[in-house]
Design a protein around this ligand. Sequence first.
Ligand SMILES: CC(=O)N[C@H]1[C@@H](OP(=O)(O)OP(=O)(O)OC[C@H]2O[C@@H](n3ccc(=O)[nH]c3=O)[C@H](O)[C@@H]2O)O[C@H](CO)[C@@H](O)[C@@H]1O
Ligand SMILES: C=C(OP(=O)(O)O)C(=O)O
Length: 448
Amino acid sequence: MTVNGIDDVLLVHGGTPLEGEIRVRGAKNLVPKAMVAALLGSGPSRLRNVPDIRDVRVVRGLLQLHGVTVRPGEEPGELVLDPSHVESANVADIDAHAGSSRIPILLCGPLLHRLGHAFIPGLGGCDIGGRPVDFHFEVLRQFGATIEKRDDGQYLTAPQRLRGTKIRLPYPSVGATEQVLLTAVLAEGVTELSNAAVEPEIEDLICVLQKMGAIIAMDTDRTIRVTGVDKLGGYNHQALSDRLEAASWASAALATEGNIYVRGAQQRTMMTFLNTYRKVGGAFEIDDEGIRFWHPGGQLKSIALETDVHPGFQTDWQQPLVVALTQATGLSIVHETVYESRLGFTSALNQMGAHIQLYRECLGGSDCRFGQRNFLHSAVVSGPTKLQGADLVIPDLRGGFSYLIAALAAQGTSRVHGIDLINRGYENFMEKLVELGAKVELPGGALV
Ligand SMILES: CC(=O)N[C@H]1[C@@H](OP(=O)(O)OP(=O)(O)OC[C@H]2O[C@@H](n3ccc(=O)[nH]c3=O)[C@H](O)[C@@H]2O)O[C@H](CO)[C@@H](O)[C@@H]1O
Ligand SMILES: C=C(OP(=O)(O)O)C(=O)O
């Protein structure tokens, strides 16, 4: 594997606890959506705390193709997005963005409002399940859009102004909820969405839209009501920080017996993770600027863990924490209920010496959509096990970070292939590793 002609591999010499301080910035799962929201405004928007990750670069390119001017603002990490010239956009090169991320589908509503038509190329994102987008197209149809599937993507049109509607999602999908929000705000009349996702990144997107002039009410029962308005302005917003990246570093501290202060980590968005971390035996201390995570010594404890929609245990926290669970005493149970194929990454951990057995049954509590359907979506992790360095090929974003953690916790040297994928959602991760004292090398002995 090469990226720009350079071997896409990192040598990791394990066995050193990660110690020090790193900073997380705006959330990968909020910032690109807030950038898309800027398309809805009649004037420029300012987004602060933007991380330098590939998913942000992809959306920036997509918006520029559609005529949005995107430029750095006055402070570091600030973007100014001006959608004044969207009507004259030239989107001939949009195919270049096929397979790049999941965000293009969220352009549907804004483009239908602005142009009356949209073209959405094939989507990317992590290969952790089928990841259909049927809910998205169904809700767009309900708003009044027509959708035509062609070989190169989906063509959408809105013959008239989109109309508010009443929608119930079959599952509280994050993306489909965002699709409804970004479409309903400028639709005619009221939209009522039930069984909505209520992740903190969705609340933050609602804050962005409200700043633009939208009228959105959230009930306690997963119902969101949007009263459409005729026009929205720009926004000025500080993006919520990345609770998923923060939890990855917390898991790294635990698995390597280290101590990491994560500047930017927020208690409010990480409560469920923090409870689980404490049950496993991890220690943390919260202050106004961030959270310190560390291994307090002694044995870690096995737990039963089930991923779920918010406020449950977020699925993107699962893979990094599983590496720490290989170091806990006894049998841990992990039931993945959000993605049917998010445990495949464990086979490489077994090659390193872990004992993780996968099951088709729903283990550890409730039945989920994947029970009795032949998906290996439950795991039993027995520990503690000593890990040995190995040759690892990164399968997906969080799986990739998990392999880095495993390699850092292992004895000996690992070659981790495909590391560029991690740049999709972790800002400057190699520099951060070095700051934390990790012994990592690029091929040929180059220092990171
Ligand atoms: C860029 C981004 O924000 N990604 C996040 C987002 O992904 P994303 O928005 O893609 O995830 P969803 O919440 O939509 O998916 C949840 C489940 O719903 C299913 N589904 C979804 C849509 C649909 O039309 N049909 C359907 O069946 C999916 O296959 C999956 O099983 O939320 C996930 C759940 O918190 C996170 O893991 C991802 O990190
Ligand atoms: C699954 C993830 O992201 P995406 O939806 O962008 O693939 C993730 O961030 O772990």
